[in-house]
Design a protein around this ligand. Structure first.
Ligand SMILES: Cc1cc2nc3c(=O)[nH]c(=O)nc-3n(C[C@H](O)[C@H](O)[C@H](O)COP(=O)(O)O)c2cc1C
Length: 172
């Protein structure tokens, strides 16, 4: 199984980092983990070049999206920032446009494990996280097979016990 993991938090050893690596430990096969914050990750310009062929951006995302196309599983993680995914995470999602607009390319069939972390202990963001299953993932033909959501996770390593337990029990 080929796995690509994207960490949408800028914090090394933070909650997304810890949880993603715990998921990775459960999976056999090749894996690559990327901190989005460390990449040359540029915004979609909406230039529509991808409709005629290829994305014109020559940044790291071009390679990462090609790796996701080739992978069996995407682990997509983000902290909740102001009720939504981080800007780093959203920027790469917008670049999925280069696939959705090109009939020769597809992410269909790729499984997804979502990992979200938030300081708020309530279920306030559950509907937002749930909506990710439809847009962007089902829209791209991808299937969310698990969602790990750590609530009350403020400081690094705080409040993630339940999420770690859920990962421990995952059968992938
Ligand atoms: C800019 C910013 C905005 C945040 N907004 C929220 C929020 O709206 N709701 C919430 O529960 N936590 C919020 N947080 C807290 C993070 O979601 C939380 O600490 C998360 O576990 C961090 O994950 P990390 O350790 O992987 O960076 C915010 C943190 C930052 C830095």
């Amino acid at each position: 199984m080929k796995t690509i993991a994207l960490i949408g938090s800028p914090r090394k050893n933070g909650n997304c980092d810890i949880l993603v690596n715990k998921v990775i430990e459960k999976i056999d096969g090749e894996n690559e983990v990327f901190f989005l914050n460390e990449l040359d990750l540029r915004y979609c310009d909406a230039c529509q070049s991808c409709q005629k062929g290829d994305c014109v951006k020559d940044d790291d995302v071009r390679n990462i999206i090609a790796k996701i196309e080739d992978a069996d599983l995407l682990i997509f993680s983000s902290p909740i920032y102001f009720g939504q995914m981080s800007a780093q995470a959203k920027t790469i999602i917008d670049r999925f446009y280069m696939i959705s607009q090109n009939q020769e390319r597809s992410l269909a069939g790729t499984k997804v494990i979502q990992v979200f972390t938030q300081a708020n202990p309530s279920e306030a963001f559950d509907s937002y996280i749930k909506s990710m299953e439809t847009m962007p993932f089902a829209f791209m033909g991808m299937e969310v097979i698990e969602t790990i959501s750590a609530k009350g996770a403020a400081g690094k390593g705080e409040g993630i016990e339940e999420a770690l337990k859920k990962i421990e029990e995952l059968e992938i």
